[in-house]
Design a protein around this ligand. Structure first.
Ligand SMILES: *Cc1c(COP(=O)(O)O)cnc(C)c1O
Length: 389
């Protein structure tokens, strides 16, 4: 079964009881028990709910894993995974990391005695050299946010296996369609389903998928005791959004490829970060582990002034935090995703004041290209005015 068929038929898409064409929303906190003498499959919605289980079963099928767990946000999913570690444990992480994850490990996990070392994710030696006797896991994102740097997933997994470490990946950017980390040997896959999986900028949610039974039990326990379960309405919305993920992604990726080429050739743009471009330093590695460059790219303009001119001139993309919606979204990492990262650390990560991130939506490619082009022209015009003044 290929992707689009799988998204419509590859799991329980229909209600087994009635044949209803979408899984019902089981809006209940508790379940009447047939007898108080023994339990039954569903007893309380924090422990399990049929709507949530349908989503969990669905995403497991799409990601190609045995077990999946749904959370109230991507950060709740990441917290559940990372709080599975104990005092004294050490984790090695990619330095280009999602801002919230950075804050979680620095401001929360550090208080519980869980240590983290950040490495240049593109350098396999750094991963190997960061290992200590108490290291338990490698944690990575590829492509990374917002610079789209590429980590050699198979390379990292093989170092991890040599040292009996677990590997965890945040696979949000590539979606379950374009990169299959479990097949590459990763133990735990995390998604912010807020992004492409739901795809409509109307739900915040997180998912964790694994083939490892011990990990699955641990994560189900965290879901239950941390209590960060996904509400049934949101589960339903994600199941609805998921069905069109293939079609949405196809359009967004097609546009992202063309936009990346436009930006690369434009004199107002200093640099483009898109792993689908042959000029990207991680292009060859990315091509081995993913089937396209995805729908997110970032690029650098000369300075903050150019960024403001460009953003003001742009008509179609909305300026917002987040990505992966049907609408194109322009983000400014300095004031948005990386606002909580100290300036010095942010610049060390390469997040400069000229950097913008674009999540490409499903609008017509021609309209997006024209809009970007006119906004870039304004940047050039403004620069000329300054020079002649
Ligand atoms: C958005 C995002 C998260 C956090 O997800 P939320 O649903 O906002 O909690 C984590 N990782 C990546 C790569 C993201 O883009």
């Amino acid at each position: 079964m290929k992707d689009n068929t799988k998204l419509i038929h590859g799991y329980s898409v229909f209600d087994g009881e009635t044949g209803a064409s979408s899984i019902p929303i089981y809006q209940c906190s508790t379940f009447k028990q047939d007898s108080i003498k023994e339990g039954q499959p569903y007893t309380y919605s924090r422990f399990g709910n049929p709507t949530r289980h349908a989503l969990e079963e669905g995403i497991a099928a799409i990601e190609g894993g045995r077990f999946a767990t749904a959370f109230s946000s991507g950060m709740a999913a990441i917290s559940a995974v990372l709080l599975s570690f104990s005092q004294g444990d050490h984790i090695v992480m990619c330095k280009s990391i999602y801002g919230g994850t950075f804050q979680l490990v620095n401001e929360v996990m550090s208080r519980y005695g869980i240590e983290v070392t950040f490495v240049d994710e593109t350098n396999l030696n750094e991963w190997a050299q960061a290992i200590r006797p108490n290291t338990k896991a490698f944690y990575l994102e590829s492509p990374s946010n917002p610079l789209l740097s590429i980590t050699d997933i198979v390379g990292v997994v093989s170092i991890a296996r040599e040292h009996h470490l677990h590997t965890i990946i945040d696979n949000t950017f590539m979606t379950p369609l374009y990169q299959h980390p479990l097949e590459l040997g990763v133990d735990v896959v995390i998604h912010s389903a807020t992004k492409f999986i739901n795809g409509h900028s109307d739900v915040v949610a997180g998912l964790v998928i694994t083939n490892d039974e011990e990990w699955a039990q641990q994560i189900v326990l965290q879901q239950k005791v941390l209590g960060s379960i996904l509400s049934v309405e949101d589960c339903w919305l994600i199941m609805r959004g998921m069905k069109t993920m293939g079609l949405r992604m196809e359009q967004s990726v097609k546009s992202a490829e063309q936009i990346s080429r436009l930006l690369e050739e434009h004199p107002a743009v200093k640099k483009v970060h898109y792993p689908g471009l042959p000029s990207h330093p991680g292009f060859d590695i990315h091509r081995r582990q993913a089937s396209c460059g995805g729908a997110v790219l970032s690029f650098e303009l000369e300075n903050q002034e150019a960024v403001y001119t460009f953003a003001d001139a742009l008509k179609i993309p909305i300026a917002a935090v987040s990505l992966g919606g049907v609408e194109s979204i322009l983000s400014y990492p300095v004031t948005m995703s990386h606002a909580c990262v100290p300036k010095e650390e942010r610049e060390k990560q390469g997040v400069t004041e000229g950097l913008l991130r674009l999540s490409v939506g499903i609008e017509d490619t021609e309209d997006l290209l024209a809009d970007l082009e006119q906004a870039l022209e304004q940047v050039l015009t403004q620069k000329e005015e300054l020079v002649t003044k």
